[in-house]
Design a protein around this ligand. Sequence first.
Ligand code: ACM
Length: 685
Amino acid sequence: MKQNLFTLLFCLGGATGASADVLPLIPEPKQMVTTAGAPLRMPSKVSVAGALPPDTLSALRPLADGLGMTLLGAPDTAHATCVLLPATPSDSVPPSGYRLRVTPRGVRLSAHTVEGWRYGLATLWQLATCGEVRPVDIHDYPGLEWRGIMLDVSRHFVSMDFLRKQVDVLARYKFNRFHLHLTDAAGWRIEIKRYPRLTQFAAWRPNALWKDWWNKGRLYSEEGSDSAYGGYYTQQELRALVRYAADRGITIVPEIEMPGHSEEVLTAYPALSCTHEPYKQADFCAGNDSTFVFLENVLSEVMDIFPSPYIHIGGDEAAKASWPTCPRCQARMEREGLADVEELQGYFVRRIGSFLRAHGRHLLGWDEILSDSLPADAAVMVWRDTAWVDDAVAQGKRVVLSPGAFFYLDAYQDAPFTQPEANGGYRPLDQVYNFDAEPMFAGCPDMLMGIQGNLWCEWIPTEADVERMLYPRALAVAEQAWTTEPSRYASRTSPRKDYAAFRRRALAQNERLRTEGVRAFDLKNEVGHRPEVAQPVNHLAKGCTVTYNAPFSPYYPAAREATLTDGQRGDWSYSDGRWQGFIAGPRLDVTVDLGSVKDFGSVEADFFDAPGAEIFWPAEVRVSVSADGQTFTPLGTAQATADNIERSPIRTWSWTGKAQGRYVRVQAPAGEKKGWIFTDEIVVR
Ligand code: ACM
């Protein structure tokens, strides 16, 4: 197995006396005890054998092959590095768990199930990163039953080979769900034999880049026409993918969007929209029975391809714009006694849920599907805010957590000005890792079904970009989903989170992935958080009252009136809750009350620049002073200091001189572009 210098250095550190917590394992096993004895040299080609039934060995072969392990014909244990055994009661292995013992003589892996042996082999593969492994005794089992990654293949299309490659990677980190967002306005991606226009037309568009398509009319193209971009997976390809993933312990979960995000369908089949006009609507008509005939026919083919017990029906962000004026929708509301279009969406989802249930499947959808009338067996994927967890639990619905603020992997993972264009915001590895689901479900542990990371691909045009955005953050999702156990929350004695230790493990795995051809983000050269964030700033105005002569925006209030004197600086994202936004009238115009007349020599403020979001640096920054809060004397304009980090969106404006007074007024009007002004602290020294 190829190793680069970083991996070798990491592993030497691990092998020369560090404790088991630096073994490069993700997710971290539940219990791990290093034992006495010399390290075991792992051969570059690990061989595995065991006295297991032939069908068990065959079930393990695809994963073992992918991990570069030779699965010997049972029971050739004399020549094997690792011996597979059925677990005995003394191993204390839970049903899907495993026990892995490394001694100077070899490796023994015990489990009860194919699942358990698979997880053990993945752990062994990770241990082999180091070539030499200290004797260790690992007891391990999965925390949550759903450990997922979602990939949006609608906004940009990826190949089947690429999907299989991701299955290989996900299996190494013990994921067991791969959710494909197969349909959306930007392109339909699954062959449906009954409705050929979905793949002849709705799967293609004139612009390769989603951004161009979005800005240039959002049109579709005929398959094979000049410069048509897109594609779809045939049913045969998808069946093969389902088998490939199942052989590695992963269920492929299909998502078919409804009632919204369906512009592509409604342009191919306009009779399914309220007005029957192409290019006009995003939502299916909820009053037309043909809509349900269409969706049930589509879902029948989908269920035939995908054995997943849960079928994801989207359900998010349906504007329902045409429903209030559509005679059919109105007639349906009248007939069914539905008070408004929200209840009509509830009816829509319930009807689809009943159809799925009649076919032995369960409905899964984004949290907008939450309504009192949701089918009893439905589950909810919470994405908007964890506040929706309470609603779901109150309705007895199990939850897959994928809150956008933590598990949406399309935001920047490093300082945005160092990265290719991505969706707004800054979501570094530590933010994904540090989310804590356990307190939320401590009183109802069974309601947390799983955790999932989602990669939306509007801004992710190539397969290389997908891998750069997925890894290593998917490793933090894997760790979360495997180690989260709300049922044990109350009895935990040690803090569960140790980001520094996790980052060392993630670095080792990430480098290994990069060595093996996965184009993961270069974590070892991460710029990381804005340095000022770690250090609260102490200054004369800290904790002082701020009067807003013009209001801050209710959309970006940060810590409201406390924001500008709380000593906290904002990070690389203007929406991180520490930057305050101003759009009204004169933009920033505040007066800081120092509490008493004081001498000061400088007034400073940082400003954010994000032209794509209409956020600009100010035209100028004026500082004035007053003893009584009524009569102000101008001190002059603050000067922009040179960037201390090249290309940084954040720049400091600073006034220096000699002044005395109690009230300091800072005004930062917009320039010609008249956009937003964002600042995080008024520093007086
Ligand atoms: C979503 O992000 N609209 C589920």
